[in-house]
Write a protein that binds this ligand. Structure first.
Ligand SMILES: [Fe+2]
Ligand SMILES: [Fe+2]
Length: 490
């Protein structure tokens, strides 16, 4: 056990060996072939980080947490680190003895420790898609540090970035260890694609969208990282045990990303309300007056929510999908909270209600529960995302303003799935294309809205200070004092 692990956690944790080039708790030392393959991928990964990761930051010393154990009680050590020196490693949640496949046609059989031949292609594809999103988000966010509203926020951005990098390591570990030569090629591919690249884009649409302002970053970490949570949670149920253990640990990191998003948006709302109160503005829809105060008006925040929810909803794939059904039946990808659901976990005779737009109306259609797996996960996502909105609305209400942020309907502005051919308003009305287009600028940011948001993106690099459009956080990271130097800039 390394010193680092003993320091924080005593003897009870699964060991992580930090003495090796690649920190790990998978006994890499005794798997020569895997070690060699990963050690040859490692320098290419660092090259990718330097080329496609955060711009002009290689000498910054960032107050980062590094995982030193996978025990939920305490797994982090904080310290100033240069990002290219961050110890990216391979960390899996502990093995549960006697674990059985929790769902699908193999339910009750012992979990697989090796890839079952018949599901090899399916598993490989799921791992590649999940893996591809991780470096993609780092690429999307690479220019943001130049306009960080504070050192605190800059540090949070970098923490998210290094952890997404580690999530790539997690998926690459699975590919290289379990998928032979093809897996090694897939690992290379992860470093070759680039977000928004014309020739070699990232696989999923939302990961080719720009995240070029901080409001987008907070919305992304709240809404799109939450898709990550839902996908990882379903894969954590997998009968392929190494995937399950990998995802279980990734989920603990994902929680922090959503915290950054929720508190980030919350602080924007708080600052807007404070500024309106100070200026005596009571009409929240007087956008011009609010913007003159240098804060982001609430209707624009609603538009940003609409956008991020719609592009993220597309990440769930077609609501009715035979691929989704196959992955469930095979025991590869479960439902959200699968093991907590009270049913037979096989769903051979069950239905699930999927909504469609038919003749200008939304109607409920019964589909087989298997084919509707994606639809169910999307519904679970919308329920899960509602929590933060409730808390944001409390901030507005406490300040005494009559305005409520809402989640747009799941069919709003979709490019994939059941609603992709329809024109649906955020409040679930089916309209014509012409009607939709006439209202579009009320629902989604216009160029001038985006230009306004961009105009606020001036950096604030003074310790303990914040840009005028965002409130200070209530507590520091790891309880650090207000004027803590979260990033030492060089
Ligand atoms: Fe991730
Ligand atoms: Fe994330």
């Amino acid at each position: 056990m390394s010193d680092l692990t003993e320091d924080v956690l005593g003897e009870t944790v699964v060991e992580i060996n930090y003495d090796e080039l690649i920190p790990n708790n998978v006994d890499l030392m005794n798997d020569k072939q895997l070690k060699k393959a990963l050690e040859s991928w490692q320098p290419k990964y660092v090259d990718w980080w330097n080329e496609a990761g955060p711009v002009n930051t290689k000498d910054f010393e960032v107050y980062l947490r590094t995982a030193v154990g996978v025990d939920p009680k305490g797994w982090a050590k904080f310290g100033h680190v240069k990002m290219p020196d961050y110890r990216w490693g391979i960390l899996l949640a502990p093995k549960e003895e006697g674990r059985t496949i929790p769902f699908g046609k193999h339910k009750g059989e012992p979990v697989w420790q090796e890839v079952p031949g018949e599901y090899r292609a399916l598993l490989r594809r799921l791992i590649i898609i999940q893996g591809d999103t991780e470096p993609a988000s780092v690429e999307q966010q690479r220019i943001l540090s130049a306009t960080a509203p504070s050192l605190y926020d800059m540090r949070n951005l970098f923490q998210v970035n290094v952890e997404e990098g580690r999530h790539l390591w997690a998926m690459v570990y699975l590919l290289v260890k379990y998928f032979g030569r093809e897996g090694r090629q897939d690992a290379e591919g992860m470093l070759e694609r680039r977000s928004a690249d014309e020739d070699k884009p990232r696989i999923l649409g939302a990961f080719n969208e720009a995240t070029d302002d901080w409001l987008s970053f907070f919305m992304f970490t709240y809404f799109t990282d939450r898709d990550g949570k839902m996908q990882l949670a379903s894969l954590a149920e997998s009968g392929f045990d190494p995937l399950s253990r990998t995802c279980r640990f990734m989920l603990t990191e994902e929680a922090h990303h959503m915290f950054v998003g929720e508190t980030g948006v919350g602080r924007v709302i708080q600052r807007t309300c404070e500024a309106m109160e100070e200026a005596g503005i009571t009409n929240v829809n007087d956008i011009e007056a609010v913007r003159k105060l240098g804060v982001i008006d609430l209707p624009t925040l609603q538009k940003k929510i609409n956008f991020h929810v719609s592009v993220t909803s597309d990440l769930f794939g077609a609501e009715v999908s035979t691929n989704g059904a196959s992955a469930f039946i095979a025991g590869i990808k479960g439902r959200f909270n699968e093991t907590k659901i009270d049913d037979d976990h096989q769903l051979n005779d069950d239905n699930y209600t999927v909504t469609r737009a038919v003749d200008g109306k939304l109607v409920d259609v019964e589909e087989t529960a298997h084919n509707a797996i994606n639809s169910r996960l999307l519904d679970d996502y919308h329920d899960d995302a509602a929590g933060g909105l409730g808390r944001w609305n409390k901030v507005i209400k406490r300040a005494g303003f009559d305005f409520k942020l809402t989640l747009p309907y799941k069919g709003f502005s979709r490019k994939i799935g059941t609603f992709s051919e329809d024109f649906i308003t955020p409040d679930a009305q089916v309209v014509t294309e012409a009607e939709w287009n006439a209202k579009k600028d009320e629902w989604l940011c216009t160029d001038s809205d985006n230009a306004f948001i961009q105009s606020l993106m001036v950096p604030c690099k003074e310790k303990g200070k914040y840009a005028g459009w965002i409130a200070a956080p209530r507590v520091g990271i790891n309880n650090q004092p207000e004027d803590f130097e979260y990033v030492k800039l060089f």
